[in-house]
Design a protein around this ligand. Structure first.
Ligand code: ARG
Length: 298
């Protein structure tokens, strides 16, 4: 049975009622050899077609990879494919999950943009090699779903946060909730610059999240505040210019974040987090940063 929650009055559990979810130990990253901006599918890409500095992008990608390795994650690399310039954003093609019995499963995305749809089979092949059980969304209802761009696991608990409105349809979460047997808290997104949940919502640990509040509707904010004790807010300028909420905290302690988000990093430090700043400027031109450049996996 699906359990998709869209308002605080539907919350029938406390976080501590939900079973534990082990922390992911690996990240999958796609090498940026074929990264470029060839089309515009989000507002950040406007004006940047043909404007990626490839050498710089490679350096930045390596810095991000090293930052993940530094926090103790195993980094798995996949080759990019010619003609798929956004494949480097490996958060988007799938949503992996580790079942309570320890087996690994995955739901493959149906990407919104036809430009990006051919990325998905490359990931499906990879999952087959890794022994994951693959699930596919119901093609008859034709929902759209962009993996961990919109579906984000609550740290340490079997609960999924699901953004919808731009790249994912709300219907997709019924299937996801039913398939993985988890509750999904669905959050409407309404600002085109914040087109994926990971552009405005960064889980830090079981109690803490970093958000850009104006990307959400009032009911969504209520849900976030009901389940996280500490809600840190990024100012608009940093959420937009540095993609501050597209950071990643893989271990509940270190936050890997685009450099220059001064107020956000100050607030994170005050809350006890350690900051690892990286430069992702070439990827920001495409509307992505740290979070979308990797996929957290078990
Ligand atoms: N250019 C890519 C797109 O618009 C960027 C994706 C960034 N990924 C993310 N999870 N926010 O699809």
């Amino acid at each position: 049975m699906s359990n998709v929650i869209t308002s605080a009055s539907q919350l029938k559990f406390k976080l501590s009622d939900l079973p534990d979810l082990p922390a992911p130990g690996r990240v999958l990253m796609v090498r940026p050899d074929h990264f470029s901006i060839d089309y515009v599918i989000n507002p950040h890409m406007e004006g940047f077609v043909g404007k990626v500095n490839k050498a710089k992008a490679m350096q930045q990608w390596e810095q991000v990879r090293n930052a993940f390795a530094q926090t103790g994650l195993e980094v798995v690399e996949m080759e990019g494919k010619p003609g798929l310039p956004d494949m480097v954003f490996s958060a988007n093609q799938s949503l992996p999950y580790c079942k309570p019995d320890g087996t690994n499963e995955v739901i493959m995305s149906i990407m919104n943009s036809p430009y990006r749809q051919p990325e998905v089979p490359h990931f499906a092949d990879w999952y087959d090699e890794q022994g994951y059980t693959r699930h596919h969304l119901d093609g008859e209802i034709l929902p759209i779903f962009e993996g961990m761009g919109d579906g984000i696991w609550h740290p340490g608990r079997r609960l999924l946060w699901g953004g919808y409105g731009f790249r994912t349809s709300k219907d997709a979460y019924d299937f996801i909730s039913e398939t993985f047997e988890v509750p999904v808290v669905a959050l409407a997104l309404h600002k085109p610059q914040f087109y994926h949940l990971d552009t405005c919502f960064c889980v830090l640990n079981e109690d803490s999240v970093l958000i850009y509040p104006k990307a959400f509707e009032p009911e969504g904010l209520k849900l976030i505040r009901s389940l996280f004790k500490n809600v840190i807010e990024a100012p608009e300028e940093e959420a937009l210019q540095q993609f501050a909420c597209n950071a990643t905290c893989p271990d509940g302690k270190h936050v890997i974040i685009q450099s220059g988000a001064k107020q956000t990093t100050r607030a994170l430090k005050d809350a006890g987090f350690e900051i690892i700043e990286v430069e992702t400027g070439e990827f920001l031109k495409s509307g992505g940063s740290v979070f979308c450049m990797k996929l957290l996996l078990w």
